[in-house]
Design a protein around this ligand. Structure first.
Ligand SMILES: O=P(O)(O)OC[C@H]1O[C@](O)(CO)[C@@H](O)[C@@H]1O
Length: 514
């Protein structure tokens, strides 16, 4: 029996809610961007020069392959166009086809239940379900083809925004460089360590503001503003943190020795960089953590979520930054200075070393591709590690279960134990599980219309107390819990859009029971 919350979920039947705006306006934009991207890919394929040389059989084969790929690309464009049409007209959501990837039955049986309640259409289904379904359905369009199986339609967008994050990335690398000279002092002074910890937590929190599913047309200036990491900016943003459990997290961490922290990741690019930097800080500068496990998604998800290939690519990009990052929109020279390059190189080398030593590991092998199979180009840093309590399991294309599958299921996190015992046991072995971002928060709380003064613990349902849990979230959806009634009144007066405009944030912590 799974948890039944006492209130209904958010859905777009309430036209004043953010979910209505998402279905009516934001999803169509996202679908259009996929169509545009595929048109560009097909166009490039058309222009691709024929293979030279005497091996005409080979070149014939290659042009047949390209033609077949273009044809499949057109078919996907058609499907996405049809989906957009049906969505706008509130059509019934079709079952996910049996495409050989995870959760088809899970999604479809949930859809049958919704049909019984006449809630199986785009504007009536619970928002959380419909949004997960949307990304899973899109995945099925690609995975059923021969030539587009490994294609991530959001990859170009992710990389583009990452490339525009240079100024903040170099800024953070400088902070980490300066920290190195403080290492001795930090080791002997826990109170200073705590101050730096708070800065790192806030950097990681606001890293969540760069979100492609919300901000589809960001300029370089917008991005720099969002990501600025200076001390003044941090201080100014503090008043926008509506719930701040940083002290509790710190108190908890100081009871741990050589422990393990898990990150249930959110966005790729800049946000992932901030996650890696927080992880680096914990491992390099504190005695509390010696191992970090990162949990990616196996399929393209909510536009910008981290997949295993994104994780590897991020580290690779950081190692050769001049090929990707500019430094500033306002600077006359966009090339990073040798000093900036040196700071980032040092940090990136340390991250790479942590990955190759298994200090940092994904919850899946390093060479995992989209869908969960192993790619042929698996990095040599593929991870199989043991911790004192739990083995991080590896999978191959042939195995049926991956520890990353659950994150793209259409259900809240209340019942991880029921749905994925292995994952739950892995998380039970962690000393702190950090859930990044808005969607993870919605899944932690079920995206339910809880009164906002409901305790965080109550909203977590049966998950509460299973393991020490920290949620770092900038607010981009209506659900919010664990707030004082007084704070709520003040915030409503300050900004009526506080729930959804991404300017406000929550740092919510709950320890382990017993
Ligand atoms: O990347 P995040 O922080 O999980 O945000 C995901 C986004 O997708 C949504 O969950 C729905 O579109 C929003 O609430 C949020 O803008």
């Amino acid at each position: 029996m799974v948890f039944q919350p006492p209130f209904p979920p958010y859905d777009p039947t309430d036209k004043s809610g953010f979910s209505y705006e998402t279905v009516a306006k934001r999803w169509p934009v996202i679908l259009t961007s996929i169509v545009d991207q595929l048109h560009r890919e097909n166009h490039d394929l058309h222009l691709r020069p024929p293979i030279d040389g005497s091996d005409s059989a080979h070149s014939e084969e290659e042009s047949l392959r390209v033609e077949a790929k273009i044809t499949e690309g057109k078919a996907i464009i058609e499907k996405v166009g049809k989906l957009k049409y049906e969505m706008a007209r509130d059509h019934v959501m079709e079952p996910i086809p049996m495409d050989g990837e995870a959760h088809v039955d899970f999604y479809n049986s949930e859809l049958e239940n919704l049909a019984k309640a006449s809630k199986d259409t785009w504007f009536k289904a619970p928002w959380l379900y419909a949004e997960c379904y949307l990304y899973r359905l899109l995945r099925s369009y690609f995975v059923q083809t021969t030539h587009w199986k490994d294609y991530d339609p959001f990859h170009a967008q992710k990389l583009d925004v990452f490339a525009k994050s240079g100024a903040s990335i170099y800024g953070i690398a400088k902070i980490m460089h300066e920290l190195e000279s403080e290492k001795g002092a930090l080791e002997s002074d826990p109170s200073t360590l705590k101050v730096f910890f708070q800065e790192m937590i806030q950097m990681c929190l606001w890293g969540n503001a760069t979100d492609l599913s919300l901000l589809t047309h960001m300029s370089l200036v917008d991005i720099e503003k969002l990501q600025s990491v200076g001390k003044e900016m941090q201080a100014a943003r503090k008043e926008f943190i509506m719930r701040d459990d940083q002290d509790k997290v710190w108190e908890h961490l100081t009871t741990v020795k050589n422990g393990r922290v898990d990150f249930v990741l959110d966005n790729a690019g800049f946000e992932l960089f901030t996650d890696l930097v927080l992880a680096d800080f914990l491992v390099t500068y504190t005695p509390y953590v010696s191992k970090v496990v990162f949990h990616p998604k196996l399929i393209p998800w909510f536009v910008s979520d981290v997949t295993p290939p994104d994780f590897n690519e991020t580290i690779a990009c950081l190692l050769r930054p001049t090929s990707l990052f500019t430094t500033s929109s306002s600077s006359s020279s966009l090339l990073p200075s040798p000093e900036q390059q040196q700071h980032l190189r040092k940090l990136a080398e340390r991250l790479r070393q942590y990955v190759s030593e298994g200090v940092f590991a994904m919850s899946v092998p390093g060479g995992t591709g989209l869908g969960g199979g192993l790619t042929t180009t698996a990095p040599t840093t593929a991870i199989t590690t043991t911790t004192t309590t739990t083995m991080v399991k590896t999978t191959t294309a042939a195995t049926t279960h991956s520890l990353a599958e659950f994150w793209t299921a259409p259900v809240p996190y209340w019942d991880i134990e029921t749905y994925d015992r292995e994952l739950w046991e892995l998380l039970r072995g962690s000393d702190l599980v950090v859930f990044k971002g808005d969607l993870n928060y919605r899944k932690l709380t079920g995206d339910i219309k809880w009164p906002s003064w409901t305790s965080f613990e109550e909203a977590l349902g049966p998950l509460a107390g299973s393991f020490p849990l920290l949620s770092l979230r900038t607010n981009k959806a209506d659900v919010a819990v664990g707030l004082d009634k007084e704070v709520l009144v003040q915030i409503e007066e300050k900004d009526a859009n506080w729930r959804v405009n991404g300017k406000f944030a929550l740092i919510s912590f709950l320890g382990k029971e017993g």
